[in-house]
Design a protein. Structure first.
Length: 311
């Protein structure tokens, strides 16, 4: 029996992510899209405390607006705890306290990080002792980003994004994020992408039959070269997100004008991620963007995946 289990309360932390590259294939018969992504875990974290309980309950606080986070059975962390309990045959429940710093519905995988931290915390609390592989396999049943929140670091995701291969990344990459208190629906962004591609617009890029990550992206990560990464980064969902939220284009233009090496919508948005040379450049850009009235965060990556922390 572990010390965490005896204490009756376990604290786990999982990171948010940025998709430094995201290619989207066409929709299959079930409506899902095959993707190819280069994920980077960044220093915006979700903290989850799991406490022994007879029932499955959750309370949510945050340094970001959490008013849109469900506190019922639909909460992804609660679903993760229930899934693990069913898998190991656990008869009791758990109370989860979640503290969020990843923007809600911001394209950075905050809900997936909650689920990853909940899986890890409950595994320790209940003494299940599942392997990392088993936890990632369970996590994939909850969403494509959950396995990566468990793994962390840098990885290439294929299939629906949950078939992960670790990618070598050297050095540190500094990002300035412009967040929004109005989230975006991931299904709506994918639907808008499909509409745009079907419109016959000459500006629409060809739909990849089998999406892949550009070799220059992996080369930039291996070399720890932010300038090379800036030139190779891309997000197929970005144009659809800009069609739904045109004001994001103004954010990107301002950041680029102020010295960011690249700016892209993170995942399905609406968070905009700017890659800069170093930490001091990030702080300078934050000052300008904040003065323009935008909410900003400075994060760096890659960082480790979900882990249990000492009480």
């Amino acid at each position: 029996m572990t010390e965490a289990f005896v204490a009756g309360r376990v604290h786990a932390r999982a990171p948010g992510k940025i998709n430094v590259f995201f290619a989207v294939g066409g929709a299959d018969a079930t409506g899902y899209h095959e993707v190819a992504s280069a994920y980077q875990a960044v220093s915006a974290y979700e903290d989850v405390w799991a406490t022994e309980s007879d029932a499955f309950t959750v309370a949510v606080t945050g340094a970001v607006d959490v008013s849109g986070v469900p506190t019922d059975e639909s909460n992804l962390a609660v679903r993760a705890a229930r899934l693990l309990a069913e898998y190991i045959g656990w008869d009791d429940g758990v109370h989860l306290d979640i503290h969020k710093t990843v923007p809600v519905a911001g394209g950075m995988g905050g809900g997936s990080a909650d689920a990853a931290a909940a899986l890890l915390a409950c595994d320790a609390l209940w003494g299940a002792g599942l392997s990392a592989h088993d936890l990632q396999r369970l996590g994939a049943r909850l969403g494509a980003d959950v396995p990566f929140a468990l793994m962390g670091g840098t990885a290439v995701g294929t299939g629906r994004g949950d078939q992960l291969s670790p990618a070598l990344a050297r050095g540190r990459f500094d990002w300035v994020l412009v967040t929004s208190d109005q989230g975006m629906s991931t299904p709506a962004v994918y639907a808008r992408l499909d509409e745009y591609r079907a419109s016959g617009s000459l500006q629409a890029l060809p739909v990849p039959t089998r999406p892949t990550v550009r070799p220059t992206v992996l080369q930039a990560l291996r070399q720890g070269d932010p300038r090379l990464l800036a030139g190779a980064s891309h997000n197929d969902l970005e144009h659809a997100a800009l069609l739904l939220r045109p004001e994001l284009d103004d954010v990107i233009r301002l950041g680029l004008d102020q010295g960011a090496m690249t700016g892209l919508v993170s995942g399905s948005g609406p968070t905009v991620a700017f890659l800069v040379d170093h930490e001091h450049a990030a702080l300078d850009l934050q000052v300008v963007l904040s003065a323009a009235g935008y909410e900003t965060m400075h994060v760096h990556g890659p960082v480790p995946g979900a882990r249990v922390l000492a009480s």
